[in-house]
Design a protein around this ligand. Sequence first.
Ligand code: UDP
Length: 241
Amino acid sequence: MADKQPQYRRIVLKISGEGFCPPGEFGIHRAPLDRVAAEIRDVSELGVQVAVVVGGGNLMRGASFSNDLGIDIATADYMGMLATVLNALALQEALERTGADTRVQSAISIQRVCEPFIRRRALRHLEKGRIVILGGGTGNPHVTTDSCAALRAAELKADALLKGTKVDGVYDDDPQTNPHATLYQRVTYNDVIDQRLRVMDVSAIDVCQQHHVPIVVFNLMKPGTMRRVVLGESLGTFVGP
Ligand code: UDP
């Protein structure tokens, strides 16, 4: 509805690599890329400051790559981080095709390609209404982009961390294999940790809990959901104190 106001002033949005390709496929595909970009643009146009942390699982995951090719896990993780930069650049192009103003920052310096991640600079871009796309993960191996999203949400003082997934939110079992799995509307950080609910890495939950960042897990595959969440509809699962 036209009179609804955004619930958040600033959000960090986590988009997994799977948001860039059709289900079960690999690589970057035009249709999902453009759709995700349009969804992000729609949220930004509400006047919400948006920083996007991009994953890289559509291109490579460090752990499986390391196993398959006998590459040291740290090296494979660096390769995974570089993959997230590829997604970040593709998302930037797609967002700019929609007319959005963007900047890409990477935690791994690649100054010919994008800015380095500098917290105060990222904040300035956000204040100017630019969508900041964060590639390169944390810049450190042995963690995931979920942890990166939690850290960035904390340091950029985001009002919420929105995690887009391919299901409606957090369930008591895997909804893709168990049709009777129940969707939680609201869970606490401790529920997630104690019951090992599949939301994000424990370290990511821990950072959000310590820094009082609520998490909303929503279905990225259902068009318009992200915008509706930002406008306060209780869709998906809210993770909080
Ligand atoms: N990665 C890393 N450090 C980080 C972020 C990512 O080493 O801070 C590597 C890791 O190998 C991971 C890959 O990058 O498997 C891709 O990130 P992720 O698996 O989080 O992507 P997503 O599942 O969100 O698509």
